[in-house]
Every structure is written in structure tokens, then in C-alpha cells.
Ligand binder design. Structure first.
Ligand code: ADP
Ligand code: MG
Length: 242
């Protein structure tokens, strides 16, 4: 399992540099929090990892495949949950999953099996024929996660997946994805919320397009705790409250 390798990647929107020489890796079995305030460049990096954007500066390898040279093979190993929900609310749960299975080239028996496994994992086998509109926000997000796993990727990308959810759903989804990492997935989870990060997690701090640090949350937190560590790194000269 080779996971995700990002090497000296930069990206500019016109003259505005959104990512500046970003380098880090996530291996299988690891939960990596990509931590950064708004505007840090998190979503820009996700767009590069999914080929929505392309850059000539730097290299990205997914499960050993160079995303520029071998995009199909690389993208086949990625599951993604974008910042904006992308479910069709008027379709049933099962139809949403079937549509997505089709996009990934699954059909017939392999599609049916993947859909049943996703429903099982969601605990939603009995709600498969309900419209997505009838589900609460937490269930919708879980569904997007299960859908992202249907083609059995090695790497799962989630861009601020808990935004807008209540505390219980947020906790459930954070727990669920940590468990997926323990089972072997390489997880990249963009967030600016400290309480989604566990001591053993890898944390990459991104600020104004630059990686400020990369290491375990426990190490980064030190004696002062994660929240203060982040604040002192990203506040830039502002007084850090005691
Ligand atoms: P994050 O997801 O961490 O909030 P983004 O990747 O969305 O950060 O944004 C990084 C920087 O790039 C910000 O300064 C943002 O204003 C800028 N940016 C993002 N998307 C665009 C775009 N389509 N055109 C111009 N600038 C953009
Ligand atoms: Mg974003």
C-alpha cells in the first residue's frame, strides 16, 4: 500500500498563489488531518488530487500512479467526499448509489454487491428505497462516504465533511472515518476543527498555501494543546490569548 504522495506542488489562480511548494505523504492505515483556516488552500489541493484542476508544478502519486501521467489508474484508487454535498435529493438512496456505481464502471452483479455492502455499512438497508431528501444531514453525509468507498479505493479524501452537522452526527462520522483508517485506508480529512483530531493522527498544518508542519497530533499539541498550537502557528504576529 503506497498511499498518497504530494511532492513540491504549487498552484496559482492567475497571479494569486493558492498552494506554495506543498509536500507531504499519507500512508495506508493512517488518518491525516489537513488542518487550515479558511483560504489555506485545502479545497484547491483536493481539486488537484481529483484532477478538477491541473498544475505543472510538482508531482502527485496515488497508490504509486502519477496523476498527471496515469490519471485513470490514479483516480480509480481515490474515493472523494467534496465540501459541497453532491447527492440527488429526489432520487432514492439505492438509485443514488447505482448511478455512482455506473460512473465507476461497476455493473450487474458487482454493482449490486457494492450497493448492498454500502447500504449495510450505512445501516440503511431498510431505508434504501426512501428519497435522499427524507434523510437527515448526518445520514446524507454517511451516504456520501459509503458511496465514495463502493469502488474499493485505497485513498479516501474528505473536504470538511462535518460542516453543518449537529454534534452527535459530527462525532459519529469522525469515529466512523477513523475506523476506516484503522482498517487500512489512507485518509485525508480537511478540517479547521480541533476536536476531530485524535492524538495518534497525522496532522499537516496548511496556512496561506504553505505546509507549516507535518507530524503526529500528539507531538504538535505538546503541553499547550492542539488549539493553542494551531493558533500560535497561524495567527501571524497577533497576540495569542493565554
Ligand atoms: P480552503 O479550502 O482552505 O478554505 P481554498 O483552496 O478554497 O481554501 O482557497 C485558497 C485560496 O485560493 C484562497 O485565497 C481563495 O480565495 C483562493 N481561491 C480559491 N478558489 C479560487 C478561484 N476559483 N479563483 C480565484 N481564487 C480562488
Ligand atoms: Mg475549502
Amino acid at each position: 500500500m503506497t498511499g498518497l504522495k504530494i511532492n513540491h506542488v504549487s498552484y496559482s489562480y492567475g497571479s494569486r498563489k493558492a498552494l506554495d511548494d506543498v509536500t507531504f505523504s499519507v500512508v495506508g492505515g493512517r488518518f491525516c488531518a489537513l488542518f487550515g483556516p479558511n483560504g489555506a488552500g485545502k479545497s484547491t489541493l483536493f481539486a488537484l488530487l481529483t484532477r478538477l484542476l491541473v498544475t505543472g508544478e510538482g508531482h502527485i502519486r496515488v497508490a504509486g500512479f502519477d496523476i498527471a501521467r496515469d490519471p485513470r489508474a490514479a483516480l480509480a484508487r481515490i474515493g472523494v467526499v467534496f465540501q459541497q454535498p453532491t447527492l440527488d435529493l429526489d432520487m432514492t438512496v439505492r438509485r443514488n448509489l447505482r448511478y455512482f456505481a455506473g460512473l465507476h464502471g461497476l455493473s450487474g452483479r458487482s454493482a449490486a454487491l457494492a450497493i448492498e455492502a454500502a447500504l449495510e455499512q450505512l445501516g440503511m438497508a431498510d431505508r434504501a428505497d426512501e428519497q435522499v431528501r427524507a434523510l437527515n444531514g448526518g445520514h446524507r453525509r454517511r451516504m456520501e462516504i459509503a458511496r465514495a468507498l463502493m469502488h474499493d479505493p485505497e485513498i479516501l479524501l474528505l473536504d470538511e465533511p462535518t460542516v453543518g452537522l449537529d454534534a452527535a452526527s459530527r462525532q459519529a462520522i469522525t469515529d466512523h472515518v477513523h475506523l476506516l483508517a484503522e482498517r487500512g485506508l489512507a485518509v485525508l480529512w480537511a478540517t479547521h476543527l480541533v476536536d476531530e483530531i485524535r492524538p495518534a493522527d497525522q496532522v499537516v498544518v496548511l496556512h496561506r498555501g504553505k505546509v507549516l508542519s507535518d507530524g503526529s497530533a500528539e507531538h504538535l499539541a505538546g503541553a499547550q494543546g492542539l488549539a493553542k498550537a494551531f493558533l500560535s502557528m497561524t495567527a501571524e504576529g497577533r497576540e495569542v490569548p493565554a
